[in-house]
Design a protein. Structure first.
Length: 95
């Protein structure tokens, strides 16, 4: 089992438990993929970071992701306790 599989299982369970018709939930889930390697991010239109909430770790991840990601890709974080907007604006030169 890869390190990302537990997270994928949580997403799958959340989609299925959200009261969405199963076919619609499966269709939505089929468009989500986990990336254990940064190199696969270059073709993605939306990239959501989900590492532990350690500011240095998130910043160390976003700089190379910004370089790999296509120019029109949306970079997002799921952090809830780190004031990322200010920090990312200082370190990631993406609009």
């Amino acid at each position: 089992m890869s390190a990302v599989q537990p997270g994928v299982g949580i997403i799958d369970g959340g989609i299925m438990g959200a009261g969405i018709a199963e076919a619609a939930a499966r269709a939505a889930f089929s468009r989500i993929s986990a990336a254990p390697e940064l190199s696969v991010l270059g073709e993605q239109s939306v990239i959501i970071e989900a590492v532990p909430e350690i500011e240095e770790l998130e910043l160390d991840l976003f700089a190379p992701v910004d370089e790999i990601a296509r120019p029109d890709a949306l970079l997002a974080t799921n952090t809830s306790s780190i004031p990322m907007a200010k920090t990312l604006l200082l370190h990631v030169p993406r609009p």
